[in-house]
Design a protein around this ligand. Structure first.
Ligand code: KPL
Length: 309
């Protein structure tokens, strides 16, 4: 079995390494220009992917790199690890290569991109993942697996046959990661949406680490207001809750206290963020449902004024 992984950021590199470790074949897909620079930088036929594991071990894997433009293989298992705003175009760029039985696994933050892809690729099976694995890039093709977490996987807006379900489950169970399959991935995506709505934008606004959001009363109040709005929109959308979201948000702030969120890092680097699929998605859903979201709107306005989009 060969997996094609699109997106060579922290999750793309981490998952490529875990697939290779489990004895599967993996081809990492990057844009043509990036492919050239990586091949030149590594100056060898087989570039090396390096993973610093959270237990202190370092593993190196010779990997196969390609670009969507020059790929001729038929894709049976596609892992999409791009930013949310790039996911739909990434899958479309591979549309001609996807087999009808292709399993497409989406690993984006936020919501909206998964549903858009599921609507377009109805012959294939589209799965979404929600993960708490902690990883960051030290350098190109060098990822630091900073903390081990859990990953939930479930189908988006469809129920695959049991044989399809069992086949993917059997494959992913071979990975050295904690992966759990669920029929309620939407609930898991909403849990993660609450975490990202509360933490990501605020850390970009204050340019601080995740743990520093708990440092003052004002920041804690903003976390609480953002989270409360997610709870209200979620309830109006009829998505069952899975516990106290504010407790979950505080737990993530403590567990990832020293991390800079992905949005804070994007803002620092002057890159587009995933906020349109995080707070933006929440505000859009709230409007449809007639729910007010002043805290989320205030945050988005403040970020726009700082040119963080
Ligand atoms: O998902 C994250 C992100 O940075 O995007 C959190 C959970 C906030 C960890 O930093």
């Amino acid at each position: 079995m060969t997996w094609h992984i699109i997106g060579a950021g922290s999750m793309g590199c981490l998952w490529t390494a875990q697939l290779l470790k489990a004895g599967m074949k993996a081809t990492l897909l990057v844009r043509e220009q990036r492919l050239r620079s990586l091949n030149i930088a590594h100056n060898i036929a087989r570039p090396i992917l390096t993973v610093d594991e959270w237990d202190g071990a370092t593993h190196r894997y010779p990997i196969k790199l390609n670009s969507p433009e020059s790929l001729t293989d038929s894709i049976t298992h596609l892992l999409v690890c791009t930013k949310a705003q790039d996911a739909e175009a990434a899958v479309q760029s591979l549309a001609g290569q996807l087999s009808d039985q292709c399993q497409i696994l989406l690993m984006q933050n936020g919501m909206g991109s998964q549903q858009a892809i599921a609507r377009q690729f109805c012959s294939q099976t589209v799965w979404a993942a929600s993960t708490t694995e902690g990883a960051w890039m030290k350098d190109a093709l060098h990822v630091c697996h900073a903390g081990s977490g859990s990953t939930w996987v479930g189908p988006v807006d469809q129920e695959p046959d049991d044989s399809v379900w069992q086949a993917l489950k059997g494959v992913l169970e071979q990975l050295p990661l904690d992966i759990q399959f669920t029929h309620q991935i939407e609930q898991k995506l909403w849990d993660k949406l609450a975490i990202n709505c509360a933490i990501n934008g605020l850390t970009a606004l204050y340019d601080c680490r995740n743990g520093e959001l708990l440092n003052s009363k004002e920041r804690q109040q903003r976390l609480a207001a953002l989270t409360e709005e997610v709870t209200q929109v979620r309830q109006s959308a009829g998505v069952p809750g899975s516990g106290n979201l504010l407790e979950l948000v505080h737990q993530v702030c403590r567990d990832t206290a020293m991390n800079h969120s992905s949005t804070c890092m994007d803002a620092r680097r002057g890159r587009d963020t995933e906020l349109a699929f995080i707070n933006g998605y929440l505000i859009e859903q709230a409007e449809k449902l007639g729910v007010e979201t002043p805290a989320n709107r205030r945050l988005m306005k403040a970020l726009t004024e700082l040119n963080i989009r």
